[in-house]
Ligand binder design. Structure first.
Ligand code: NAD
Ligand code: DAU
Length: 349
């Protein structure tokens, strides 16, 4: 089986590529990535020489390039993760989210449809999406697969649009699609523009830790390897045409999470208890900041027997250890492009 995984040099994609390359030696895994600021081949240095792994540098917005590689490699299935993924960047530059997340997804759908037109049933186009498409919850309730879409940021609007196109290709052309919508991931290789790795980097370097608004927004956190395991289960055993929600059953208010992280890091760095909490700084809120996300994963758990394998305390401890042991990775990604973005994002807050 030849599987095209898009966005495999990014945070979640790199864990999915590693899992598939190591667990399925008889599959040929092709990782297509543009290597934007968020793509980093160092994430995959341990598997880059494996015989069943091939890296393809390319842009999913380039339809002619996609047609070429689909013709050359004859992919059997696609797992699509490539995206612009950061909400704050989508607020300053919505169009690049439209280009990659919407146009790029439609280009991939077209390439798959063209290649598979005579035997659709033997393939899978698996689209990886987010819980943010469902909008923002109040204090009660959970997102289920039936919750109506209500995206509220340019990022989530672009992901919602891509989800609609994927389902439209299933209904209109019979493309064998699967979709999953996951909550906030955390873990190794997470780019330090997102809350947890940014806070780890700043605490380590004794820089202020920016918390938006009053820190009362709630996210449902899932360890990235558990997301990769869910993707494996859904790709192999999920039903075509179906959607699966994936969540951590693990809601945290931002401020509580950051305080816990400060305490974990004080202990690991041998600092006096309470020292890192002094770095917490409340800054101007994100525009249109969604209040609460919480996922009901019972369909995935009941149908496919998936459940998270680590508690949040275990996952957070492993994550902090990884960042402390991989200083070079962290220093590399916090230089260059990322730094100028960081200044632009936080200088006037
Ligand atoms: P990421 O930003 O870390 O990685 C995205 C990858 O896509 C990068 O390697 C980047 O180089 C690549 N890419 C971007 N534009 C491209 C283009 N035009 N052509 C080819 N490659 C391109 O993202 P992530 O956090 O790993 O998220 C992966 C997917 O999972 C995304 O679709 C995202 O919407 C979804 N998702 C993320 C989370 C999360 O918490 N991070 C949760 C749910 C769903
Ligand atoms: O829910 C899934 C989504 O989770 C994914 O689809 C996105 O790709 C991913 O980026 C993530 O989106 P969030 O906006 O929830 O993640 P982020 O890490 O940017 O922010 C988490 C929360 O922390 C959110 O309430 C905003 C807040 N925050 C974030 C940053 C970067 C801060 O308080 N301070 C910060 O510096």
């Amino acid at each position: 089986m030849k599987i095209l995984i898009t966005g495999g040099a990014g945070f979640i994609g790199s864990h999915v590529v590693r899992l598939f390359v190591n667990k399925y030696p008889s599959y040929q895994i092709f990782n297509l990535d543009k290597l934007t600021y968020a793509g980093n081949l160092a994430n995959l240095s341990d598997i880059e020489n494996k015989e069943n792994y091939t890296f393809l540098k390319g842009d999913i917005v380039d339809a002619a390039y996609l047609e070429d590689i689909f013709t050359n490699y004859q992919f059997d299935s696609v797992i699509h993760l490539a995206a612009e993924s950061h909400v704050d960047r989508s607020i300053t530059d919505p169009l690049s989210f439209v280009n990659t997340n919407v146009i790029g997804t439609v280009n991939l759908l077209n390439a798959a449809r063209k290649l598979w037109k005579d035997d659709m049933q033997n393939h899978v186009f698996y689209h990886i999406s987010t819980d943010e498409v469902y909008g923002s919850l109040g204090a009660e309730g959970f997102f289920t697969e039936e919750t109506a879409y209500d995206p509220r940021s340019p990022y989530s609007a672009s992901k919602a649009s891509s989800d609609h196109f994927v389902r439209a290709y299933y209904h209109t052309y019979g493309l064998p699609v699967k979709v999953s919508n996951c909550s906030n991931n955390y873990g190794p290789n997470h780019f330090p523009e997102k809350l947890i790795p940014l806070a780890i980097y700043n605490i380590k370097n004794e820089r202020s830790v920016p918390v938006y608004g009053k820190g009362e927004n709630i996210r449902d956190w899932l360890y990235v390897l558990d997301h990769a395991r869910a993707i494996d289960d859904i790709f192999h055993r999920g039903q075509v045409g179906e959607t699966y929600n994936i969540g951590g059953i693990n809601e945290w208010k931002n401020i509580d999470l950051i305080e816990l992280l400060c305490d974990v890091m004080d202990e690991k760095l041998g600092r006096p208890a309470g020292q890192s909490r002094k770095l917490i700084t409340f800054v101007k809120d994100r525009a249109g900041h969604d209040m609460r996300y919480a996922i009901d994963s019972s369909k995935l758990m009941e149908e496919l027997g998936w459940k998270p394998s680590v508690t949040f305390e275990q996952g957070l401890s492993k994550t902090v250890d990884w960042y402390l042991e991989n200083e070079e990775w962290l220093e590399n990604v916090t230089s260059g492009n990322y730094k100028s973005y960081y200044e632009q994002q936080y200088e006037n807050r």
